[in-house]
Design a protein. Structure first.
Length: 396
C-alpha cells in the first residue's frame, strides 16, 4: 500500500486509502515561532565546535518556543546558519524520534568558523543538499553519515530547504524547492567566492539536483572563471530532474569545455529499481536522470535485439560519469543506494575523495556508463557497517 500510495500521490491518480497531503499556515503566527532571542544568534556568542562539528544553512522556519529548538516544514523569513552534531534517538510520548543537537550562529561568525575549519584541510568543503520527503533530523542524519562514511578531509555543510517530510507532499516539496532557488544560488555563490575555498564537493539527492544544477550555472555566469572553478566535483544521487533537459543544457553550461578543462566533473548514481523516480516519471511524463528507463521504445527494442540490458542513460558529455546501481539496490524504494548499499557506498566514498576510476566498476557498451555488481566473494556484505549507518529511521 505504501508504494501504491506514493505512485498515486505523485501521479495524481485516485486510489482507495490514499490522500494528497495539504499544507496550511498552521495555528501559530510564524512571527511567534521566532520571537524568542534564541532564534536570532548574537555576534560573538560561543558555539562549541567540538560538540557540534558539522555546519548547516537553512531556509526552514525555526520554532524557538520550546527546548530544544526545532526546524519546521514552513518557509523561513531568511537564511539562518548554525552548527550541529549527528542526531540521536530519544523517546517522546512513548515514541522514538530523532533529535539533532544544534545551535544557531551569527552569519559572520559562522563564515569565520567555516574558514578556520577549511584552512585546516587544504581548502576543501563538502556541501550536501537533500531531496523530497525530508525533515531536518533526517537530512542531518544523512549529512552526518556522509561525513562518517567518507572521512571527508574538510568541513561538511548541510543545506536544508523546507521539505515537508511527508510521503504525500511531493507537490508541496517541489513548490518549496523552486521557491528556494534564489536562496540556494546566493548561498552557493557566496561559498564559491570565498578565496579560502579551494574545492567544493557538492552532493545532492533526488529533488536536490534541481536546486544544484541551475545554481552552479548561475554562479558560473555571475562570477569570474576563477571564482567558480572551485566547484569541481558534483555528485548527483538518484537525481529527480528531467533527463532530456539535463542533456540539452549541461554541455552548454555546467559541463562546458571551459569548465571541464578546469577539472569539473559530474558523477550520477542511477537505478532502474528506483520506485520513487518511476513515480516521478509518471507525474512528469518524461524519464528522470536518475532512472535508466527507456522512454523511446525503438531504442529499447534495439538494445534488446543486441542482447544488452534495456536501460537508457543520459547522452555522453565530457566530464560526465554515470554509475548504475540497479544490481546492488537496497531498501523498499531503491532511492538512496549511495547511503544504503555497501557496493554503492564504497564507490561514493572514492568519488567524494576525488578518485576518478574504480576497478570494481563494470564497463558497459557506453564509455561513460558503469554498472556496480554484487561481489561474488561477498554477495551479502554488511551494508550498515560499510555505509557507516548508526541510526534507524525511514528508508529511502
Amino acid at each position: 500500500m505504501r508504494t501504491k500510495c506514493l505512485l498515486a500521490a505523485l501521479a495524481i491518480v485516485p486510489l482507495s486509502g490514499c490522500s494528497i497531503a495539504a499544507v496550511d499556515y498552521g495555528k501559530v503566527r510564524h512571527a511567534a515561532y521566532v520571537a524568542d532571542p534564541r532564534c536570532t544568534a548574537q555576534p560573538g556568542a560561543v558555539v562549541d565546535g567540538a560538540a557540534l562539528p558539522l555546519f548547516f544553512a537553512t531556509s526552514r522556519l525555526p520554532d524557538c518556543r520550546t527546548d530544544p529548538i526545532s526546524l519546521l516544514r514552513h518557509r523561513g523569513d531568511r537564511i539562518r546558519y548554525g552548527r550541529f552534531a549527528a542526531p540521536h534517538e530519544t523517546t517522546v510520548a512513548g515514541k522514538k524520534k530523532l533529535r539533532t543537537p544544534m545551535a544557531f550562529q551569527d552569519s559572520a561568525d559562522w563564515w569565520s568558523a567555516l574558514q578556520a575549519e577549511t584552512d585546516k584541510r587544504q581548502g576543501r568543503v563538502l556541501l550536501y543538499i537533500h531531496g523530497y520527503r525530508e525533515t531536518f533530523e533526517k537530512t542531518s542524519n544523512d549529512a552526518a553519515q556522509i561525513a562518517r562514511m567518507t572521512g571527508f578531509a574538510g568541513p561538511v555543510i548541510e543545506y536544508s530547504w523546507p521539505s515537508q517530510g511527508d510521503l504525500l507532499s511531493y507537490a508541496v516539496d517541489e513548490t518549496n524547492m523552486y521557491h528556494d532557488v534564489r536562496n540556494f544560488r546566493d548561498f552557493l555563490k557566496t561559498l564559491a567566492e570565498r578565496p579560502w575555498v579551494k574545492e567544493i564537493v557538492i552532493v545532492s539527492h533526488s529533488l536536490g539536483a534541481r536546486l544544484v544544477i541551475p545554481a552552479i550555472s548561475y554562479v558560473d555566469r555571475t562570477s569570474s572563471s576563477a571564482n567558480s572553478s572551485n566547484i569541481s566535483n558534483v555528485i548527483l544521487a538518484s537525481p529527480d530532474i528531467d533527463r532530456e533537459t539535463f542533456e540539452r543544457d549541461i554541455e552548454e553550461e555546467v559541463l562546458s569545455a571551459h569548465r571541464v578543462a578546469r577539472d569539473r566533473r559530474i558523477t550520477v548514481y542511477v537505478s532502474h529499481a528506483d520506485k520513487a523516480l518511476a513515480a516521478s516519471r509518471a507525474l512528469h511524463g518524461y524519464p528522470r536522470l536518475g532512472s535508466p528507463y527507456c522512454f523511446n521504445p525503438f531504442e529499447a527494442a534495439d538494445l534488446k535485439a543486441k542482447g544488452l540490458p534495456v536501460r537508457c542513460y543520459a547522452t555522453a558529455v565530457p566530464g560526465l560519469t554515470v554509475i548504475d546501481t540497479t544490481d546492488v539496490s537496497r531498501s523498499a524504494t531503491g532511492h538512496g543506494n549511495f547511503l544504503r548499499s555497501a557496493v554503492a557506498c564504497r564507490d561514493f566514498i572514492d568519488v567524494a575523495q576525488g578518485k576518478r576510476t574504480r576497478p570494481e566498476r563494470t564497463a558497459t557498451h557506453l564509455a561513460h556508463v558503469f554498472r556496480l555488481l554484487p561481489d561474488p566473494a561477498n554477495p551479502k556484505p554488511d551494508d550498515n557497517l560499510i555505509c557507516s549507518r548508526t541510526l534507524g529511521g525511514e528508508e529511502d
